[in-house]
Design a protein around this ligand. Structure first.
Ligand code: DX5
Ligand code: ZN
Length: 223
């Protein structure tokens, strides 16, 4: 079943304080978030190494938030079943990292989890055309993947409009998520350009987490 389209926030725990990760996830939930963004980096597809399977398992045991897993790893089909078993609700793979995209998307589908595809800022939007019908969510990067706390790339706005145009031809389009450099100051514009699912790391975890989430929710839900 397709996921219902409405504006949502997916706080990225890459910016969390890992000493007190459980407490911080509880704060995100208290603020009203329903998704949690989980960034996996392998040191190959991107230069950094973040966290992986045991951390996901541990979070899964303690939260009912929808776990939106962003795999920044080479040849991700190798790990689809492992991340599904570890508790992901959605598995997102990079277009640029897959050797066989249809096989990778089908492998995710087979696990019963939601299916996502991601493109980097320099990858043409048109490459997604062949996959729109096979995914539940498309993630458009608004920074080069690999690090939190970067500046939003302004060209993303036009790319979002282009993708929303493609999606508007569909009866049941996938969600359109954006990731990187999103703040309370630019989120309204990002929504306006066509996004419905917003990843935010630093803008959520720096300062008062619950209040930050509430402030995002206010803009996202328009109240
Ligand atoms: C970057 C990650 C992002 C990152 C976003 O490679 O995919 O999810 O955590 O962090 P901010 O919101 O700080 O740009
Ligand atoms: Zn991410």
């Amino acid at each position: 079943m397709k996921m219902k389209r409405y504006n949502r926030l997916s706080p990225s725990i890459l910016a969390a304080d890992f000493n007190i990760l459980g407490e911080q996830i509880a704060m995100v939930k208290e603020g009203g978030a329903k998704f949690l963004h989980f960034d996996v980096m392998d040191g190959l597809f991107v230069p950094s190494i973040s966290f992986g399977i045991p951390v996901l398992e541990s979070i899964r045991k303690k939260t009912d938030l929808f776990l939106d897993v962003h795999l920044m790893i080479e040849d991700p089909i190798r790990y689809v079943n492992t991340f599904a078993d570890a508790g992901a609700d959605l598995i997102n793979v990079h277009y640029e990292a897959c050797k066989d995209i249809p096989a990778t998307l089908a492998a995710i589908r087979k696990t019963g989890k939601k299916v996502g595809i991601t493109i980097k800022p320099k990858t043409p939007v048109s490459v997604l055309k062949d996959y729109i019908d096979d995914v539940d969510l498309i993630l458009m990067m608004s920074v080069e993947p690999g690090f939190g706390g970067q500046k939003f790339i302004p060209e993303t706005m036009d790319r979002l409009r282009e993708l929303r145009g493609l999606l508007s031809e569909k009866k049941n389009p996938p969600l359109l998520e954006v990731d990187g450099g999103i703040t309370l100051d630019n989120v309204a514009e990002v929504l306006e350009a066509g996004a419905d699912t917003i990843v935010a790391g630093s803008a959520v975890f720096r300062g008062d987490i619950t209040e930050n989430v509430k402030a995002f929710q206010k803009i996202l839900l328009g109240r």
